[in-house]
Write a protein that binds this ligand. Structure first.
Ligand SMILES: Nc1ncnc2c1ncn2[C@@H]1O[C@H](COP(=O)(O)OP(=O)(O)O)[C@@H](O)[C@H]1O
Ligand SMILES: CC(=O)OP(=O)(O)O
Ligand SMILES: [Mg+2]
Length: 401
């Protein structure tokens, strides 16, 4: 079965086409700047040259049509006909408490995802745009939704509740949900396989640090605690998101600066984090360049990011009463040796010892960066959320037949 995986953002759409017979990627790509002046489509068919096309793409329906055109293109295509695509899998960030696992797209499922717009304003609306666009372009193809929150539905009440009036949970479902679950799920499984040890025996802390970032404490193979909360704003300092702060900061700043809800949301989600402290970039590559050049604002941004990440690792080691494995993944976790080095440098009290040479190796494969003496296995595991989405899509479509 050929499965198309779609990860729709507000102004972007990432895709991967899988042949599930051998789980090979036939093509992948990205549409950027949807709705802006000139949109860019980058299409990479496996074994052929990458192509880039600039055109006007005002919304997701056009974006998906252009992607389908590329997939059947004579020169750059990998399919004879769009009909070869037998299922579409979508990443949806927020599934609330309604979705404990992946599901077939139905009118009810879409209505539920819409009800959750408030809880993931940056992520769920584009996901619905992606689903609607795929339905319009491929009306007879089954669609599946895979949720970032689903893996975290195993958290205990004492972990997921906030210490605020309980009526807010009953009335408005205010609680910790957690995100990036597909990634935390995937890397924890690959880590156990890599170590050749039963997942159930391992206390694991998985660090998904990309543009957004979250940590998960994993016990018995299940999510025990995770740093994102009601929305993807809580927890670590991120590219443009603040992460944890005193909730009183919000009302204080709203009052002093006369900000509306939408303005304060935008400040905390889009104008905070690395971007705010460095004053120049949300991209860790720029921050570490600045660090190496001794630029003071980038250095402070880096130090805050590393310190907050390390504090979370320490708190999850306490939550699990120890840790056997620490996993780094996603854009920063997979690529930034300096972030991994600085974090681990100050985790010696846990028995963490990394091998500086192993840490420097660049590779797309799962790898160990801890030394043989380390009491904790420290691994870099490249994540693959798309593969998990494709597998779930295949399973659910087969089950529904
Ligand atoms: N070589 C690198 N060194 C440091 N950071 C990197 C490197 N490559 C990518 N990154 C970071 O990874 C981030 C993107 O991570 P990714 O997981 O792809 O994010 P998302 O899925 O949220 O878009 C970038 O913002 C960049 O900061
Ligand atoms: C939930 C979330 O933060 O996702 P991303 O890292 O893709 O922005
Ligand atoms: Mg991501």
């Amino acid at each position: 079965m050929k499965v198309l995986v779609i990860n729709a953002g507000s102004s972007s759409l990432k895709y991967q086409l899988y042949d599930m017979n051998d789980e090979s990627v036939l093509a992948k790509g990205l549409v950027e700047r949807i709705g802006m002046d000139s949109s860019i489509l980058t299409h990479k068919p496996t074994g052929k040259e990458e192509v880039t096309e600039v055109s006007e793409i005002l919304e997701h329906t056009t974006a998906i049509r252009k992607v389908l055109d590329k997939l059947v293109d004579k020169e750059h295509g990998v399919l004879n006909s769009v009909d070869e695509i037998q299922a579409v899998g979508h990443r949806v960030v927020h599934g609330g408490e309604a979705f404990k696992s992946s599901a077939l797209v139905t009118p009810e499922a879409k209505a539920e995802i819409r009800r959750l717009f408030d809880l993931a304003p940056l992520h769920n609306p584009p996901a619905i745009s992606g689903i609607t666009a795929a339905e319009k372009n491929m009306p007879n193809v089954p669609q599946v939704v895979v949720f970032d929150t689903a893996f975290h539905q195993t958290m205990d009440e004492k972990v997921f509740l906030y210490p605020i009036p309980k009526v807010l949970y009953k009335k408005h479902h205010v609680r910790r949900y957690g995100m990036h679950g597909t990634s935390h799920y995937y890397v924890s499984r690959v880590a156990a396989e890599y170590l050749n040890r039963p997942l159930e025996d391992l206390k694991m802390i998985t660090c998904h640090i990309g543009n957004g970032g979250s940590l998960t404490a994993i016990k018995d193979g299940k999510s025990f605690d995770t740093s994102m909360g009601l929305t993807p704003l809580e927890g670590l300092m991120m590219g443009t998101r603040s992460g944890d702060l005193d909730p009183a900061v919000v009302t204080f700043v709203m009052n002093k600066e006369e900000l509306t809800i939408s303005e304060v949301n935008s400040m905390l989600n889009k104008h905070s984090g690395l971007l705010a402290i460095s004053g120049s970039s949300s991209d860790m590559r720029d921050i570490t360049d600045g660090l190496e050049a001794g630029e003071p604002n980038a250095t402070l941004a880096f130090e805050m990011y590393e310190y907050r990440l390390r504090k979370y690792i320490g708190s999850y080691a306490a939550a699990l009463n120890g840790v056997d494995v620490i996993v780094f993944t996603a854009g920063v976790g997979e690529n930034s040796a300096v972030v991994r080095e600085k974090v681990c440098e100050n985790l010696t009290y846990l028995g963490v010892e990394i091998d500086p040479e192993l840490n420097k190796i660049r590779s797309g494969e799962p790898r160990r960066i801890s030394s043989p003496n380390s009491k904790v296995e420290v691994l870099v595991i490249p994540t693959n959320e798309e593969l998990v989405i494709a597998r779930d899509t295949l399973r659910i479509v087969e089950e529904s037949k």
